[in-house]
Design a protein around this ligand. Structure first.
Ligand SMILES: Cc1cc2nc3c(=O)[nH]c(=O)nc-3n(C[C@H](O)[C@H](O)[C@H](O)COP(=O)(O)OP(=O)(O)OC[C@H]3O[C@@H](n4cnc5c(N)ncnc54)[C@H](O)[C@@H]3O)c2cc1C
Length: 461
């Protein structure tokens, strides 16, 4: 298995094994990075380029986590609309967020140019469309927010995806790529330039002795000055797990009878929204569409979600066949913005990044830049915006904390993280925890943290 689920995503043929299997005796590094998704690999190459001696360790293989199950739209807007950021964090913060999006997009473009990466990168216009009156009210607020932070957005008459809409707006200069073709080359460059990359190596915990961090892994310990958990959610037990709710989202890559595959990115405004793009792999075009998000472990039958997505898509597209379908996990932060920086309750040089919602290609890249600057310069201009110790009293926060700690979910055994009851996911063949999103394979092995220990067999539980 090369992704944290049974179903194959459209990107997976690019997931290869590149790493070493074993750690050399008593290794000592400047920085240990855990997790070879977009956050970890981007951090590794950036720090290395700046002269830092890094080791990247991955519990499974490159792209095993959500980066292997993403849809890889590259946007300058996020799931939390700018108008809401303005309302809750202020206009200056919203403008800083827009600047951060620009910077992360530029980092991706620069990497593609510097390392000559053929990853099907292409600039595309984004289209948001409202399908009823309520969605239209939301769209108008989104347009207003975009204008306030300087993101070009204008009305247009045509929805390139052909879905009849109340209003359509165009947001120029978005982009898309093949996420694993991009990361595969960055990882190869990292190794080629002397970086150490170990696969099947899970960090279990970290302690500090004098000035040295000692990371305990299933393959021995690693010494370093800094540690970055680029693990999508940090492992172990942490307050951060109560500020981020795990969700699953469903995706299909379909062939269309019309043969018409719009060169555009698309988003409606349902809650949860549908998202669209197209992609050509080995000469074949696909429409890639996703949606039907729900809290992890909160549906009885994941196949219902695929059925709903399929029937919705069939209403709007002449589908010939469904070539791929898969689901994947993301984390919804309590106040809508990610947490990037010091990991609460840990030694001062332990960092992490999480809470990217459905926009982690950009936030993961940005996290690499922020943590790079914090480690090398002692600060980042974006540090305050994503402060990991913040508790913002915004609507919904109390619900999220309550949901994450819902006592009704807690029983004596099952999930090895905080003993919530795990739920069987028939589609991805995994045991999913509704509390903090840990997931386990059919054999009980950890697929997704924060759990670090294998599930007891059901007969033992
Ligand atoms: C269906 C779906 C569609 C999406 N579409 C988009 C999109 O179009 N655009 C966008 O910007 N974002 C999108 N996102 C979000 C984005 O894909 C994610 O936010 C992003 O991939 C997260 O990357 P990551 O590197 O932080 O985590 P991951 O990719 O999950 O990588 C974490 C890695 O850490 C490893 N690991 C875990 N624990 C340990 C440990 N203790 N020790 C060592 N290794 C460990 C895992 O095996 C994994 O490989 C989407 C998300 C979903 C679910």
């Amino acid at each position: 298995m090369e992704r944290d689920g049974h179903l194959e995503s459209i990107w997976q043929s690019e997931v290869k094994h590149y790493g070493q299997k074993e750690i050399s005796p008593t290794p000592n590094f400047d920085v240990v990075i855990a997790g070879a998704g977009i956050t970890g690999i981007t951090s590794a190459i950036m720090l290395q380029k700046n002269g830092v001696n890094c080791i990247l360790v991955e519990a499974a293989n490159m792209g095993f986590g959500t980066t292997g199950g993403t849809t890889a739209h590259l946007n300058n807007f996020f799931d939390k609309p700018y108008y809401q950021v303005i309302k809750e964090f202020g206009l200056d913060s919203a403008k800083l967020l827009a600047k951060a999006a620009r910077e992360a997009n530029d980092i991706i473009k620069d990497n593609i140019n510097i390392y000559q990466i053929y990853c099907d990168y292409s600039i595309r216009n984004g289209y948001m469309f409202s399908l009823d009156e309520n969605q239209d009210k939301e769209l108008q607020k989104i347009i207003e927010g975009h204008h306030q932070v300087g993101i070009e957005t204008f009305k247009t008459n045509v929805n390139p995806f052909g879905i009849p809409s109340v209003r359509v707006v165009e947001i120029p200069n978005q982009a898309q790529f093949h996420p694993l073709k991009y990361l595969r080359i960055l990882l190869k460059e990292f190794i080629h330039n002397g970086g150490v990359y170990i696969e099947d190596c899970r960090i279990i915990s970290v302690d500090k002795k004098n000035e040295t961090l000692i990371a305990t892994t299933n393959k021995g310990s690693i010494h370093s000055r800094y540690l970055i958990y680029a693990t999508h959610i940090p492992p172990g037990r942490n307050i951060i797990h109560f500020r981020n709710t795990p969700y699953r989202s469903y995706v299909m890559a379909v062939k269309l009878k019309s043969g018409h595959y719009p060169e555009a990115l698309g988003y409606d405004l349902f809650e949860p929204y549908h998202y669209y793009r197209t992609h050509n792999i080995d000469g074949e075009d696909f429409l890639i569409a996703g949606g039907e998000d729900h809290k992890t472990g909160y549906v009885d039958n994941a196949s219902d979600c695929f059925e709903r997505l399929e029937s919705y898509l069939r209403r709007h597209f002449d589908i010939e066949n469904i070539a791929y379908k898969w689901s994947s996990q993301f984390y919804e932060p309590a106040d809508g913005l990610p947490y990037i920086g010091h990991l609460p309750g840990n030694p001062e040089n332990v960092y992490f990044a999480t809470g990217y919602s459905g926009t982690g290609m950009i936030f993961g890249t940005l996290a690499a830049k922020i943590l790079n600057d914090v480690i090398l310069k002692g600060n980042s201009i974006y540090e305050e915006l994503f402060l990991t110790s913040r508790v913002k009293p915004v609507s919904g926060f109390n619900n999220i904390v309550k949901e994450a700690a819902d006592k009704n979910n807690i029983i004596e055994s099952d999930c090895t993280h905080l003993h919530c009851k795990v739920k069987w996911n028939q589609e991805e063949k995994s045991w999913d925890c509704p509390c903090h999103g840990s997931r386990f394979g059919i054999d009980g092995e950890v697929l997704t943290g924060p759990a670090v220990k294998k599930l007891k067999s059901l007969t033992e539980a």
